[in-house]
Design a protein around this ligand. Sequence first.
Ligand SMILES: [Zn+2]
Ligand SMILES: [Zn+2]
Ligand SMILES: [Zn+2]
Length: 56
Amino acid sequence: MPDKTCACPHCKCVLGTDAIMKDGKGYCCQGCAEHHAHGEPCASATDCECTKSAHG
Ligand SMILES: [Zn+2]
Ligand SMILES: [Zn+2]
Ligand SMILES: [Zn+2]
């Protein structure tokens, strides 16, 4: 099974065991699954710009 990356547009995180499935897509963390609607940070490590990108 190939590695899948997070469906959050600017997130390049690879889905791990904590991946969240939503609407048929996989997200690396709850923040991504919610499209950072409340400014949740990406749970993954460092230098992921998806939160910034999603929230201006
Ligand atoms: Zn991310
Ligand atoms: Zn993500
Ligand atoms: Zn994200």
